[in-house]
Design a protein around this ligand. Structure first.
Ligand code: GTP
Ligand code: MG
Length: 600
């Protein structure tokens, strides 16, 4: 059978998952009325809730006798590691670019990776129905990007397709404007045809002994771990005894218990799969991404997948709070380590290391969102854990302590320039370019330490009243930029355990901003608010009114409590200092002091 393997790559939100939906629908992959939800490939709870793709996922469709394996990838920079390793499975990719936003930092990142991997790139300008589309300009920007990234001559001869992924429409003719785009009657047929025509068949070696590089890992409740990769050499059969060639020459053996291939979004059983196809293999537990699964006589592993190093890390700590174990199961040292290692095996962009404290592990990833997603999944599995402040991963280069630096691209209304500029400067950002488009908006480019970006998004959105766009991308390492002024305020900390009462909280309100309301159980050392001053303030939040003190008027002070500040996981991670940690249970997020005892 004719096979093509492609990935869909783009900046976040440019419409990848929507396009995959439509490709699957229009190729008749689903039975009537089977495909009802939108963006089906975003199947994880957190993906649906956050509205973004977190994990790369495989599917396939058949078009005019050709089977096309297609991988949907995430566009958010924190999950860039997924894209990097997926590219080793494919020979072509669709580079989606929003017809209004144009190429953005992650477009550059993924295109660069695709070009370096020698993958055939097709450009899809999507969302041409947007009233603010600027198709011609965007096309020029894409061309410049190819040049800038040093694309070779044949890579420069890419084809461009125009699409409205949401309506399942594609065309090879550039529409004059969005009205013309909306008038197009048709389907994705031009895109389907272009894929089979332009993307080359897999570059594989069927005659050689079996070899597959594991590019992705998935989990099935029935089958356990599932390894996904392209059959690079030879073929693979159910029941076959294979060698696993791991890191540092490690070689073990396993049997292929079950073999699957993708049909639509489903995995279907296969007896044998040949070079070029993408295989999902069950029955091999001890395997990492990048390992080679091969014939017993395969002399050595294929090239390991390399991904960019992590930029941010944070401590994962066994939950030892006085309430530990009440709302979930506490992951004990070993269980926590195993849970985290599972994450690292699935994702080479994540690293897990021990620390000086036996109950704490350091987990490194691309960004705070990636780490927050791990915390969130642990809590959804019913477990409790505590986490420390996210920090930049330092790197000593030629004896100099260096830190990761990112480029931040900012697009804001002119009026917000002052506040945004100040915010980035405070976080050790340096402005290196500014373009005033004359449309009332300005584009700024900053170089800023990764740690300066931790938690910036919510502040940025507030500062620009939701009208600003902030995109970042890893730039390189530079000598440590010195301390960034952290939180100016101290914490308000409960000095004893009990349930909070309106009376107690009412008297604390003037002293800062509370994080909790009345009737909440607190413990000594738990942070209940932000102090207006810079020191920590230990307070009694459970103080009740003395009877002798009763007022005659009968007005109850409780009714006048102002709403507490809701500290989500992400907000808490940004807010805490080194001597504070966040306790995460399936039901609650609490901030606490590392040392719970009131020091005074
Ligand atoms: N106007 C318009 N909106 C579109 C089109 N295609 C997708 N969208 C919208 O763009 C948003 C993002 O779509 P997704 O498919 O989730 O984008 P994505 O690239 O998969 O996003 P990530 O996986 O998070 O990087 C959704 O609200 C879509 O409905 C289009 O052709 N026109
Ligand atoms: Mg997506």
């Amino acid at each position: 059978m004719n096979i093509r393997n492609i990935a869909i790559i783009a900046h976040v939100d440019h419409g990848k998952t929507t396009l995959v939906d439509q490709l699957l629908r229009q190729s008749g992959t689903f039975r009537e009325n089977e495909a009802t939800v939108e963006r089906m490939m975003d199947s994880m709870d957190q993906e649906r809730e956050r509205g973004i793709t977190i994990q790369a996922k495989n599917a396939s469709y058949t078009w005019k006798g050709t089977k096309v394996n297609i991988v949907d990838t995430p566009g958010h920079a924190d999950f860039g590691g997924e894209v990097e390793r997926i590219l080793s499975m494919v020979d072509g990719c669709l580079l989606l670019v929003d017809a209004s936003e144009g190429p953005l930092p992650q477009t550059r990142f993924v295109l660069n990776k695709a070009l370096r991997n020698g993958i055939k790139v097709m450009v899809v300008i999507n969302k041409i129905d947007r009233p603010d589309q600027r198709i011609t300009e965007v096309e020029n920007e894409i061309f410049d990007l190819f040049i800038d990234l040093g694309a070779e001559e044949d890579q420069m001869n890419y084809e461009t397709i125009y699409a409205i992924a949401r309506n399942g429409i594609a065309t090879t003719e550039r529409p004059a404007d969005h009205k013309e785009a909306l008038a197009i009657k048709g389907t994705l047929e031009p895109l389907f045809d272009a894929v089979t025509r332009i993307v080359p068949p897999p570059r594989v070696e069927p005659e050689k002994p079996l070899a597959i590089v594991v590019s992705n890992l998935a989990h099935s409740d029935f089958l356990g771990r599932i390894c996904v990769g392209r059959v690079q050499q030879g073929s693979i059969k159910v029941g076959q005894q294979v060698a696993i060639l791991g890191r540092n020459g490690k070689r073990t053996q396993a049997r292929i218990q079950e073999l699957m291939t993708y049909a639509g979004m489903k995995q279907v059983k296969a007896e044998v799969l040949h070079a070029g196809d993408i295989a999902a293999i069950a029955g091999i537990e001890n395997v990492e991404i990048g390992d080679t699964i091969g014939a017993l006589d395969l002399p050595g592993p294929l090239k390991r997948i390399e991904v960019d190093p992590p930029a941010v890390n944070m401590g994962f700590i066994v939950n030892s709070s006085p309430m530990a174990g009440r709302e979930g199961k506490v992951l004990l040292t070993r269980e926590l380590m195993e849970r985290l290692q599972k994450e690292a095996r699935r994702n080479p962009a994540i690293r897990v290391e021990p620390t000086n404290s036996p109950d704490e592990f350091l987990v490194s990833g691309r960004g705070e969102l990636q780490l927050a997603v791990i915390v969130e999944s642990i809590r959804r599995e019913g477990f409790e854990v505590a986490v420390g402040k996210p920090k930049a991963v330092l790197n000593t280069i030629d004896g100099v302590v260096c830190e990761p630096i990112e480029k931040a691209y900012v697009d804001i209304p002119e009026d917000h320039f002052g506040v945004v500029n100040e915010m980035l400067h405070q976080r050790k950002g340096r402005m290196i370019n500014m373009i005033n488009k004359g449309s009332g908006r300005v584009n700024l480019e900053f170089e800023i330490p990764s740690r300066g970006l931790i938690g910036i998004r919510s502040h940025f959105l507030t500062a620009t009243r939701g009208t600003g766009i902030l995109n970042t991308i890893f730039h390189g390492y530079e000598p440590f930029k010195g301390d960034i002024d952290e939180r100016q305020n101290g914490a308000m900390v409960a000095d004893r355990s009990g349930d909070t009462v309106p009376y107690g909280l009412f008297h604390l309100e003037p002293r800062g901003q509370l994080f909790i309301g009345a009737g909440v159980e607190v413990y000594e050392g738990m942070v209940i608010g932000e102090n207006a001053r810079d020191n920590d303030l230990w307070v009694n939040a459970i103080k009740t009114k003395k009877l002798t003190n009763m007022r005659a008027s009968g007005t109850d002070e409780a009714t006048t409590l102002s709403p507490p500040r809701n500290m989500t996981l992400e907000r808490s991670l940004e807010w805490i200092r080194d001597d504070e940690i966040v306790e995460v249970t399936p039901k609650n997020i609490r901030i606490r002091k590392r040392k719970l005892k009131n020091p005074t």
